[in-house]
Design a protein around this ligand. Structure first.
Ligand code: PLP
Length: 383
């Protein structure tokens, strides 16, 4: 057996071509590398539905969180006030960043997995005229919930405020088009739906927002305005870029295009999810979310109630069959997650279900049914 499949939301399983693209060294100042960076930004803008007319793309070294923090620190002026829509760990991380940044904010926290809705956002914006920005997580990877980005963007635009989006685990598969969804800036990273390796994130922002961002940032290295200016002036990253990661990402973008862009990728991820969820439900597993909110990115399942079930053991048995799954991130009920993204298809997902069946059998778990308390919790969500 080769290396295991990563059923995780990034780092994820990449194609051999992406890995092979890292076998060459690049000079960061060299024209070839500068051209590669420029072409990469152009392709990312195209995926976002903008040819570079109104928006620009600014890559930023580091993991996705670095790029989120760069976006927040650079676009939120020191006298801004931000409404953060939280329904999971990544929303909470944004709140924590704002605390570090010392930017005024308030929070609508929907708990582990209820979606924020347009009407409540409208009420909050109406009742506090000081709010300048709203931040939304597109797909909240901690539960897998797909938040209603279009609905929120319409409400924010109607109220004359600005929207920032953490589209980390959604961009490149789920639709997010500058011509359809009104936003100031969004952020994603190399190792999610474009299927590259970790090392940098990128911010796609309105040029007017970039121009207005001068002097906002608390941080030298995370200043999106200065990074943008440097790319415009020299075509170079300001500090050492992750050269091999950029080369791998360029290959990942080629594969993305060959698959039919975001719609092609979304179709494969949806098939992955549908095959995997149907198979797991056949085994008696239950999903946390109703179908309407289930993203094609990652799916949360309740742990079975059976006394012989143990997640660490299940994890090891799945790994021995070639699949790395992901622990849950809910506070109320025990759960685990299975990702649908990365270089894998429905045939792999069928094997995942077979592996889950065999792993349960090996633990002497004859039913994957969740505990009553989990089903009650889910009923609360449906209400
Ligand atoms: C992956 C992810 C991030 C960034 O996480 P890093 O570990 O810093 O790469 C941020 N937000 C969401 C929604 C994510 O899925």
């Amino acid at each position: 057996m080769g290396e295991p499949y990563l059923l995780t939301p990034g780092p994820l399983t990449t194609s051999l071509k992406v890995k092979q693209a890292m076998l060459k060294d690049w000079g960061s100042w060299d024209g070839d590398f500068r051209a590669m960076t420029a072409a990469m930004c152009q392709k990312l803008l195209a995926i976002a539905g903008d040819g570079g007319a109104e928006f620009d793309c600014v890559p930023m070294q580091g993991s996705g969180t670095f790029a989120v923090e760069a976006m927040l620190g650079s676009f939120l002026a020191k006298d801004s006030k931000t409404l953060v829509l939280v329904n999971g760990a990544y929303g909470k991380r944004i709140v924590e960043s704002l605390r570090y940044l010392g930017r005024d904010h308030l929070v609508i926290d929907k708990g582990d997995y209820m979606p924020p809705r347009g009407d409540e956002v409208a009420v909050a914006l109406e009742s506090d005229p000081a709010i300048t920005h709203v931040v939304l997580v597109h797909c909240e990877t901690s539960s897998g919930i797909l938040n209603p980005v279009q609905e929120i963007s319409e409400v924010v635009a109607a109220a004359g405020r600005k929207l920032l989006i953490d589209s980390m685990s959604a961009f490149g598969a789920l639709p997010l088009d500058t011509r359809e969804t009104r936003f100031e800036a969004m952020v994603s990273s190399a190792n999610k739906c474009i299927e590259g390796v970790p090392g940098f994130g990128f911010i796609i922002a309105r040029k007017s927002a970039l121009e207005a961002a001068e002097g906002n940032s608390h941080s030298l290295s995370l200043d999106v305005y200065q990074q943008w200016l440097n790319f415009k002036k020299t075509g170079q990253w300001r500090y050492t870029p992750p050269t091999h990661t950029v080369a791998a990402f360029t290959e990942a973008l080629n594969l993305h295009e060959q698959e039919g862009g975001a719609p092609g990728r979304l179709a494969r991820y949806e098939r992955n999810r549908n095959v995997m969820v149907a198979g797991m439900r056949d085994l008696g597993f239950e999903t946390l979310l109703k179908d309407r909110w289930l993203s094609p990115i990652i799916v949360t399942f309740f742990n079975p109630a059976h006394p012989n079930f143990s997640f660490p053991k299940f994890y090891d048995l799945m790994k021995s069959r070639g699949f790395i799954i992901y622990p849950g991130k809910l506070t109320v009920v025990d759960s685990f997650r299975i990702g649908c993204i990365g270089r894998l298809d429905e045939h792999v997902m069928r094997q995942v279900v077979v592996a889950a069946r065999e792993s349960l059998a090996e633990m002497n778990v004859d039913s994957a049914c969740p505990p009553e308390s989990a089903l009650k919790e889910r009923a609360r969500l449906a209400a």
